[in-house]
Design a protein around this ligand. Structure first.
Ligand code: NDP
Length: 460
């Protein structure tokens, strides 16, 4: 490696890149990381972290309302968007500084510049024009919002990136999409007092999630006043005197203050010079093997730019495994099976493992356990809401194949259920655990009667 300026050049200081840089440096590598925007990447700067802060803000509305049933009298609560955004920005700046300091402490050189690959061992820093010779290159450039179809008036449409910096809370908003970001922001804006219409092209939101979860969440969101329009798309947006006129494929139209698309994200690969180095792409993402190695042996890629499972903790694991493999002498593959995940919608969703449909197709017979109930806190509050729990169990082995929760703290619960599912716990193992009473999570160990069983159709 002596002929090189650094042993590792990381492009992108997001979750995956930062972890890889720090661990590689810990293994003794000389590491440089280039970031063209802000250290921290999507998760810290305009994703998970600011989103969760906005989710917290939006949930106070229910707390104020529910307090009355518990004997509290409050004055008229008032919300100030500018205060929330300023406080959120301060926290994000603090985290960005902490990330930068961590890199510095780990002896990683950070360069604020876009970096492009010139050949398999050379990276050019666009800001200075300097080139750096690197033994290995790690591409960790993430992904960016993608709007899909080019409709009239697309210039008036924002993505979640801009939603974090709106000058005022929109009174009325149309959100297009039915994935994580669309349903999370629908909950945020609804909680903060906006009139929200969610437009989704498919039959039911959250495609890929368990069907009962999709139905339950859609019903709960509707109860909260979110208008969900399925089977349609936004076909045109036009600026009018008092807002934006949105025309849907069904020809209905409505006037709103803001239109946001959450129609998926695309890997950031354009202009990176991947073609010059001969890196192979697949469906617009960098193709990698189980060790995150690309078609060029000394170039690796982790996180959303590889479009495997696009979640922060997965990118972090991939970055860590890459550094251990290449610089730590410990070849490490990331296990992408049974990744727990949460959707911070209102109410929240937590899920791990197989959906009923997936399990039914893979196993000869699966047993389904379900429960839907009114959370205790909603009783005195008089709130019309229900939580939902579902366990999918392999009949033959009794192993819990999937767990799906909709309700308060579902994200917290699924992290813990995840441990049991990863350990191949059986339904009998769940049942052997004493309930913690009164909690919602006790449902997980008290689901005694099967709702039904699903048999795999006999092969033709
Ligand atoms: P998703 O891929 O989850 O959802 C995109 C949605 O947009 C889908 O409902 C899709 O419909 C719809 N869509 C796509 N193209 C079009 C189009 N041309 N016209 C109309 N609708 C369209 O992407 P998100 O943007 O919501 O989130 C990106 C990723 O970020 C997620 O997959 C997730 O991995 C990650 N994320 C994770 C979070 C968490 O862990 N809590 C939070 C936020 C993001 P269809 O279903 O028909 O394809």
């Amino acid at each position: 490696m002596a002929d090189f300026d650094v042993d590792l050049f990381v492009i992108g200081a997001g979750s995956g890149g930062v972890r890889a840089a720090r661990i590689a440096s810990g293994h003794g590598a000389r590491v440089m990381v280039a970031e063209e925007y802000r250290v921290g990447g999507t998760c810290v700067i305009r994703g998970c972290v600011p989103k969760k802060l906005l989710v917290y803000a939006s949930r106070f509305a229910d707390e104020f309302e529910d307090a009355a049933g518990y004997g509290w009298t409050l004055g008229e609560p008032k919300f100030d968007w500018a205060t929330l955004i300023a406080n959120k920005d301060r926290e994000i700046a603090r985290l960005e500084a902490a990330y930068s300091a961590n890199l510095e402490r780990a002896n990683v050189t950070t360069v604020k510049s876009r970096a492009v690959i010139e050949d398999r061992h050379t990276v050019r820093l666009v800001a200075s024009g300097k080139t750096v010779r690197a033994g290995n290159i790690l591409v960790a450039t993430g992904a960016a919002p993608h709007f899909g179809a080019k409709i009239a008036g697309l210039e008036h449409v924002i993505s979640s990136n801009e939603a974090f910096h709106l000058r005022a809370l929109p009174k009325r908003i149309v959100i297009q999409g039915g994935g994580y970001i669309a349903v999370e922001f629908a909950g945020i804006f609804n909680g903060l007092g906006s009139e929200v219409t969610l437009v989704y092209r498919g039959e039911q939101i959250l495609r890929g999630f368990d069907n009962d979860v999709r139905e339950h969440l859609a019903a709960e969101m509707t109860k909260r006043g979110i208008k969900i329009v399925c089977g349609q798309t936004v076909d045109a947006v036009e600026k009018v005197d008092h807002g934006l006129d949105v025309v849907l494929s069904g020809r209905q139209s409505c006037v709103v203050d803001c239109v946001m698309f959450a129609t998926g994200r695309k890997p950031n690969i354009v202009g990176l010079g991947l073609d010059k180095a001969g890196v192979t792409l697949a469906k617009g993402a960098i193709q990698v093997d189980a060790f995150s190695r690309t078609s060029v042996p000394n170039i690796y890629a982790v996180g959303d730019v590889t479009d495997r499972i696009n979640l922060t903790p997965v990118a972090i694991r991939e970055g860590h495994a890459f550094a251990d493999t290449v610089f730590g002498g410990q070849p490490t593959k990331v296990d992408h099976a049974d990744v727990p995940t949460a959707v911070f919608s209102e109410p929240e969703v937590g899920t791990i493992g197989l959906t009923e449909t997936q399990a039914g197709a893979r196993f000869a017979r699966v047993d389904v356990y379900k429960s839907s109930f009114r959370p205790m806190k909603a009783t005195l509050a008089g709130r019309d809401t229900r939580s939902f729990f579902k366990l999918i169990v392999d009949s033959a082995s009794d192993r819990v194949l999937g767990c799906h929760i909709v309700g308060p703290d579902a994200g917290e619960m699924i992290q813990l259920v995840g441990i049991a599912v990863k350990m191949n716990a059986t339904k009998a193992d769940f049942d052997a655990v004493m309930a913690v009473h009164p909690t919602a999570a006790e449902e997980l160990v008290t689901l005694r009667s099967k709702a039904y069983s699903v048999e795999r159709p006999a092969a033709e």
